[in-house]
Design a protein around this ligand. Structure first.
Ligand code: C2E
Ligand code: CA
Ligand code: CA
Ligand code: CA
Length: 279
């Protein structure tokens, strides 16, 4: 191991070294992101077509990196998971989402709810449910104003601890939605076992809907499953009018996507709320 400049050691070849030091510096910067207040939550509206209104908001994390600009979760969540920093980040996300929701509800948007993304590994954490309950009581939020989004992958683990956590959340009234539904080839059997509130139709299936292809057997099957199990249904990644109309015709009334709004900072969302919801 050779010292190489002010912030690192050279382990491998020069080429690998570039990649390695990049990762190390990103890792160090990630460690500073919370103390430096560089994380921000963007929010994307979830709308109901019937009422043409905003029913909820999905919180999506962004990192205002000091030199790289605004980073999407795809640029850093994996690193956060690998280095164990995801725990601190998840706690920050939960607290911030609760704080923001409490603020909006106090402005009079009292039916609004927020959906937060929780990585499968984080969901398995022992103090997950308690932590969440703590934040919700700190901000005096009713349990059904929060929805936890987990991907289907978690259900593949099928451990008693996962089921128990989900049950506890549901007993407390917190909603659970299954993100990216249909992409994981997991058994439909879990729908009977797990206390799920909502399934989110993955954007890859929505993308298949076009002027020429208004019929999608997969989407029809998913809608049938949701109805059969009495689950809420929300389609994500809706970008065109055609997709919206087709989904609506098929019986899906809740949607999210660029057609309605891109994820945006809280101030912009607040203006949108003031214009679309009378309070
Ligand atoms: P996701 O939960 O499936 O979120 C949907 C992603 O699709 C978001 O990307 C959103 O910006 C994007 N999107 C929304 N509408 C449309 C549309 O109409 N068309 C297209 N093409 N894309 C659309 P984003 O914000 O980059 O987030 C990516 C993923 O990162 C999320 O996927 C989620 O799994 C994860 N993520 C986001 N925030 C958090 C967080 O706070 N914690 C954790 N653990 N993961 C997060
Ligand atoms: Ca999500
Ligand atoms: Ca998704
Ligand atoms: Ca996804």
């Amino acid at each position: 191991v050779k010292a190489s400049g002010k912030n690192g050691y050279r382990f491998f070849t020069p080429d690998m070294n570039i990649c390695y030091t990049k990762r190390i510096s990103l890792e160090n910067e990630l460690r500073q992101a919370i103390p430096n207040s560089e994380f921000e939550l963007f929010y994307q509206p979830q709308v109901s077509i019937n009422g043409a209104s905003i029913i909820g908001l999905e919180a999506l994390i962004r990192w205002r990196h000091p030199t790289h600009g605004l980073l999407n979760p795809g640029d850093f969540i994996e690193l956060a998971e690998e280095t164990g920093m995801i725990g601190t980040i998840t706690d920050w996300v939960l607290a911030e989402a609760c704080r923001q929701l409490a603020h909006w509800r106090s402005m009079g948007f009292s039916d609004l709810r927020i959906a937060v993304n929780v990585s499968p590994k984080e969901f398995e954490r022992d103090d997950m449910v308690e932590q969440l309950s703590r934040f919700m009581s700190t901000f005096q939020l009713p349990p059904d104003s929060l929805e936890v989004e987990i991907t289907e992958k978690i259900l593949l683990r099928d451990t008693p601890s996962v089921i128990n956590k989900m049950k506890t959340l549901r007993e407390r009234g917190i909603r659970i939605s299954i993100d990216d539904f249909g992409t994981c080839y997991s058994s439909l059997n879990y729908l009977r076992q797990f206390p799920i509130s909502t399934i989110k139709i993955d954007q890859s299936f929505v993308r298949d809907l076009s002027e020429e292809h208004r019929i999608s057997p997969i989407i029809q099957a998913i809608i049938g499953i949701a109805n059969g199990f009495g689950l809420h249904l929300l389609a994500e990644g809706v970008e065109t009018h055609c997709q919206m109309q087709t989904l609506h015709a098929l019986g899906c009334n809740e949607m999210q996507g660029y057609l309605f709004s891109r994820p945006a900072p809280a101030e912009q969302i607040e203006q949108m709320l003031c214009h679309t919801i009378s309070h």
